[in-house]
Design a protein around this ligand. Structure first.
Ligand SMILES: Cc1cc2nc3c(=O)[nH]c(=O)nc-3n(C[C@H](O)[C@H](O)[C@H](O)COP(=O)(O)OP(=O)(O)OC[C@H]3O[C@@H](n4cnc5c(N)ncnc54)[C@H](O)[C@@H]3O)c2cc1C
Length: 587
């Protein structure tokens, strides 16, 4: 039997697996990726990538490609709620509400202040091929589609896996130091007996990917997501959600679309190509619509979290570790953020720069984020029912009662004005989903062994997850500020990452350079930001948010999170100890 040896065996060739192979490659670590399907997934699942994900993909040179191929910023600036696209009934073709979203319009200032990257919208079915192409150009990653992991065992030194090459129907063995379950929870977690806690089935969903010309029915290109709330069909989850899928245009002229239908697990309704076209026509009120159905897939809304993210030399990432409703778009985003967190730790351990104990921090850091994301996505999913209530819809009420609620909502009367104001106030609570700026970039790693806490309190969080307070407190993502270097403008985030530890100071003194030289096996690059230093801070933004005296320092880990900071240079002798603690090395 053929036998392969590699550092990291990755099982799953979707967002998690491909991104991990790419990140490991940059760090010079070999990986062998197996994906049981012959191609990337054709299902239109994720499409929204938040600013943190785009910052990470920017390091790989992928962000600009996604922006160029995906949705222009002006076509993802809002979310809209509508009654229908067609029809001549008094309640048809009404815009119920438009909400700024994803950094659009009123949100632009805060989103642009806090990140060098805007968020992006690009269907997962088009992103995965882009990631695959990138991974295939990597020198250290071997990407093998139509190869399936059938079984594995681990021992003290590594993992041995039995892989089926589905093209040739032959088996081979992979011996790796570590195994990563990026398999969406299908094989590795269950094989290890790792239980998933939470709600395994909340709703059943059907997603329809279809081609149709809808431009004549649309007159606003700003919404990225369109919700259809039909008075005849009940509320949000009884109706449907539509998103442009491109591939050339992501506005009203989009060639393809996706539509999500939801129904209760006990709903006897069947979805197949025959029944879906009448449903689309009925819901959109376009009886003449001739959609070409490209694909349909059914999936379930769940909110589950793996009890453990690690078992010995095996780690779970992405959907293998946490699966939640798509609301707030945290699935693939946190998958990529999981692998970004794990990659540098695996690399540091495999290169002998860190002790294996560093790997304990993966679960310590990412599982609390996973817990929060599951809860948050459930909250924002359920909150659509609050919007229904805000409209005045009563679950189970006769259709005429709900129609009357809509009539009043649109009526030119004091009662209508009151209902519109109520809806406005209620629907603002959905900023938890569409304006979740702090949820997206403000997560911090508290209580991790790879973070040296400095005893300062965490910033008070906005409970709705929308307002972000940039801080350099250990555990937080390094805040963004525009600085200049050699005449060009760059982000503070451009100074860090790519596998390096970086120490940021605003001091002229060489004290930090000296301290950084003594740090054992890792290189700590020192960058001074301020007038006449390595980088200038013309706007003063960095000075305003750096949170230390000018001669203090901020140690940024390879994943862009602050690992340690010193208020001033009196603490320079503590740098080596801090790096050693982060790397789980004996002091
Ligand atoms: C309708 C919908 C909308 C969504 N919208 C968003 C959004 O806007 N933003 C967002 O961030 N997330 C969104 N998500 C969630 C996102 O799609 C998932 O979180 C993401 O696909 C998880 O990626 P993954 O690589 O971890 O797992 P998966 O995509 O499930 O991939 C796992 C891979 O492992 C392979 N595999 C399994 N077992 C084996 C084996 N034994 N051997 C080899 N290969 C194996 C599978 O074939 C599969 O390709 C959405 C999801 C849905 C359903």
């Amino acid at each position: 039997m053929k036998s392969i040896t590699t550092d990291v065996l990755i099982v799953g060739g979707a967002g998690s697996g491909l991104s991990l192979a790419i990140f490991l490659n940059r760090l010079g670590i070999s990986s062998w990726l197996v994906e049981r399907h012959p191609t990337t997934s054709p299902a239109p699942k994720a499409h929204y990538y938040n600013q943190r994900t785009m910052e990470i993909l920017r390091e790989e040179g992928l962000a600009e490609r996604i922006y160029a191929l995906g949705t222009p910023a002006e076509n993802m600036a809002r979310v809209g709620w509508y009654t229908s696209l067609g029809g001549d009934d008094e309640l048809d073709r009404k815009t119920i509400y438009l909400m700024d979203a994803f950094g659009g319009f009123s949100l632009a200032e805060a989103y642009e202040r806090d990140s060098p990257c805007r968020s992006a919208n690009y269907p997962q079915l088009r992103l995965e091929p882009l990631l695959l192409e990138h991974a295939r150009t990597s020198s250290f990653a071997s990407v093998n589609y139509h190869h399936e992991l059938e079984s594995f065992v681990q021992d003290e030194d590594g993992v041995t896996a039995n892989i089926l090459d589905r093209d040739t129907q032959t088996h081979y063995e992979v011996r790796a130091k570590y195994l990563i379950g990026a398999d969406g929870g299908r094989k590795i977690g269950p094989a290890l007996g790792i239980e998933m806690d939470g709600i395994p089935r909340l709703f059943d969903m059907v997603t329809v990917h279809f081609a149709a010309g809808l431009s004549q029915y649309l007159d606003d290109d700003s919404p990225m997501i369109r919700w259809f709330l039909s008075p005849d069909k009940g509320g949000s989850w009884g109706s449907g959600v539509m998103v442009a899928l491109g591939p050339e245009r992501y506005d009203r002229f989009s060639e393809e679309w996706l539509f999500h239908f939801a129904f209760q697990p006990d709903d006897p309704a069947q979805f197949d190509v025959e029944s879906v076209v009448p449903r689309l026509r009925e819901l959109l009120k376009l009886p003449e619509l001739m959609p070409r159905i490209i694909r349909m897939n059914d999936w379930k809304v769940q909110g589950v979290l793996a009890r453990r993210y690690r078992e010995g030399r095996v780690f779970l990432v992405g959907d293998a570790a946490h699966r939640h409703p798509p609301t707030t778009g945290l699935g693939l985003n946190s998958a990529i953020q999981d692998t970004h967190n794990l990659a540098w730790k695996l690399a540091a351990v495999l290169k002998g720069q860190a002790a294996p104990g560093l790997l304990d921090s993966y679960e310590a850091e990412r599982r609390p984020v996973g817990t929060r994301n599951v809860q948050w996505a459930l909250l924002t999913f359920q909150n659509h029912l609050v919007i229904d209530a805000g409209i005045g819809l009563i679950p189970g009420a006769p259709v005429e009662v709900n129609r009357e609620a809509f009539r009043l909502l649109f009526s030119d009367s004091p009662a209508g004005a009151t209902r519109r104001q109520r809806l406005h106030e209620v629907i603002q609570s959905q900023r938890t989903e569409f304006q979740a700026h702090d949820i997206e970039i403000g997560f911090a790693y508290e209580g991790s062994p790879a973070i040296i806490a400095d005893g300062t309190p965490a910033p008070v969080k906005s409970p709705m997850g929308d307002e972000h307070i940039p801080v350099t407190r250990p555990g937080h993502r390094l805040p963004h500020a525009w600085v200049t270097r050699s005449g060009g403008t760059i982000s503070t985030l451009d100074l860090v990452g790519r596998g390096r530890f970086v120490l940021l100071t605003s001091s002229r003194s060489l004290v930090w350079q000296k301290a950084a030289k003594t740090v054992a096996d890792v290189t700590v690059d020192v960058v001074a930001i301020g007038a006449g230093l390595d980088c200038e801070d013309p706007s003063g933004r960095w000075a305003a948010i750096r949170g230390t005296a000018p001669d203090g320092a901020i140690l940024v880990r390879p994943d862009g999170h602050v690992g340690w900071r010193a208020e001033d240079s009196d603490h320079s002798s503590e740098l080596e100890g801090a790096v050693r603690r982060i790397l789980a090395l004996a002091s």
